[in-house]
Structure formats: structure tokens, C-alpha cells
Write a protein that binds this ligand. Structure first.
Ligand SMILES: [Zn+2]
Length: 272
């Protein structure tokens, strides 16, 4: 029973670009990775036969992305890093159950060759996923579930310089926030978010690239917190990694709740 519970939690911690699909996560969780090959120049990278060139690109971007995440999330990774490079979008979907470009999944990172359509974004997406993996390694399954999606995505987009949010501009974000077309920075996250993830669709965000708009809104809010209160922001991240509850960590560092800081952020945008 304990194993079933742990599996449920683990599946809930899958990173998804547009919200998790629990059923897909369960049915694909045990697919074998035995056919993946070691990329000789970097043992952290595994690839499907035929994807060696993509693996080489991923390996070349990995050191800088790791450095960026460790610097901006204030510590080294606490466990090994594994990157799985898939040959086709179909094999990525077969492994992960999702049709997205990249995922933190099974305590590793999976990359789809969809990323090759926009080579400049590969390093952004690797850093984005590494942000999730870094936090997950420090928190473990259960505590990771307690971090609201808007903060996980905002931090990952912020740390990666826009990974997952590159299809919309800051001006579009500001316009969307002025018009009320935005997420709400909730603080309570947990098991319920496995079944009804709170991403762009949950907040009824309207845009041609609604997921990117949601991510960029989250990113700019996280960026605001870091710019306005750098020391407090650092303490907040460190407290989170030490296992202090999200809501408590936020209040201890910023001496306000997330909604109060959001209203300050929104007022600043409206007045700009
Ligand atoms: Zn993400």
C-alpha cells in the first residue's frame, strides 16, 4: 500500500507543460528505457538510436544550464542528473504520455526532437526542466507537491531566461494583467492538484499561446519578487529547500502573503 501511495505521489510530481494527465502518467510510467544508449562524451545523457546528434547538442548545453540553475537556486544538485533524448515526438509521447517538448519525468529529463524546430530554445528548455529537477531533488516527492504550479513554472522560466514562455512578450503579459486575464497566486497546493492541475486552462487564460502567457506571467511575478527583494528571495528559496511549507516560507521572507505581493506587482504594472 505504501508503494502505491508513493507511486501516486511520484506521478503527481511529473512536470507537465499544460497540466498533468494522471492517466497517461500511470500507463507510461513503467515503459522501459533499456534501448537508450549512453552518450559517450557525457554519461548523464542517454539517447535513442538515431538521436545522437540531438544528444550531442543537449550535452553541449548541459554544463551552462546546470551552472545557471545552481547559481539562481542557490545550491548544487543533490542527486545525479539524467537526460533522455528521444528520436521522434512519437517516441517521446510513448515514454511520457505527453505531446510536449520537454518534461521532468521519473526523476529525469526527457527531451523531444520538437525542440529541433527552434534550436535556440533547446538551452532554455533544458534549464527550465533542470530548475524543476533541482527543486524536486531537494524537496522530495511530497514536499514538491506542496509548491504551487505558478511558482514552479515562474521560477523555471525565470531561471532559464524564458524557457517555456518564449512565444509571448513582456508587453503582452502587462496588457493581459491590466485587463484581468491572468492567474491568481494561490498558496495551497497538494494532492488535489494531481487531479485538477492549476495551469492556464484552470484560470481561463485567453491567448493564442495561453500556456506561454501563463508561464510568462508567472515568470515576471517571480522576477519582480527577486528584483524588489533579492535577499528575501534568496532566503525564501533556501527555506523552501529546507522543507518549510510554501505559505510559511513566503510570509517569513516577504512579510506578506503571495496575494499581497501580487497586488503590489499588479499596481506597478497598471501605473507603468
Ligand atoms: Zn515547467
Amino acid at each position: 500500500m505504501k508503494n502505491v501511495y508513493q507511486l501516486t505521489i511520484t506521478i503527481g510530481c511529473l512536470f507537465c507543460f499544460s497540466g498533468c494527465a494522471l492517466h497517461d502518467g500511470i500507463t507510461n510510467y513503467f515503459n522501459s528505457t533499456d534501448h537508450y544508449l549512453n552518450f559517450k562524451q557525457d554519461q548523464r545523457v542517454m539517447y535513442e538510436p538515431g538521436a545522437e546528434e540531438f544528444a550531442a547538442t543537449a550535452a553541449s548545453e548541459l554544463p551552462l544550464a546546470i551552472k545557471k540553475v545552481e547559481s539562481r537556486q542557490y545550491s548544487t544538485f543533490s542527486d545525479k542528473i539524467m537526460i533522455y533524448v528521444t528520436k521522434t515526438p512519437e517516441s517521446f509521447k510513448k515514454m511520457t504520455g505527453r505531446g510536449v517538448s520537454a518534461m521532468m519525468y521519473r526523476k529525469s529529463i526527457f527531451l523531444s526532437p520538437k525542440l529541433l524546430e527552434k534550436p535556440d530554445t533547446i538551452k532554455l528548455y533544458i534549464a527550465h526542466e533542470l530548475s524543476h529537477l533541482h527543486l524536486h531533488q531537494h524537496l522530495g516527492d511530497y514536499a514538491y507537491l506542496g509548491i504551487p504550479s505558478w511558482f514552479l513554472e515562474g521560477l523555471a522560466a525565470f531561471v532559464s531566461d524564458g524557457g517555456g514562455a518564449e512565444n509571448v512578450t513582456d508587453d503582452e503579459v502587462m496588457e493581459s494583467i491590466r485587463s484581468g486575464n491572468h492567474f491568481i497566486p494561490f498558496e495551497n497546493s497538494g494532492l488535489r492538484d494531481l487531479f485538477r492541475p492549476r495551469y492556464a486552462s484552470y484560470f481561463k487564460i485567453r491567448h493564442k499561446f495561453k500556456h506561454h502567457l501563463f508561464y510568462r506571467q508567472c515568470m515576471l511575478f517571480v522576477s519582480f519578487l527577486e528584483n524588489e527583494h533579492p535577499a528575501q528571495f534568496k532566503k525564501f528559496i533556501i527555506d523552501l529547500k529546507n522543507g518549510i511549507d510554501f505559505s510559511d516560507s513566503f510570509r517569513i521572507s516577504f512579510e506578506a502573503d503571495a496575494m499581497t505581493k501580487w497586488n503590489e506587482f499588479k499596481t506597478k504594472i497598471i501605473e507603468s
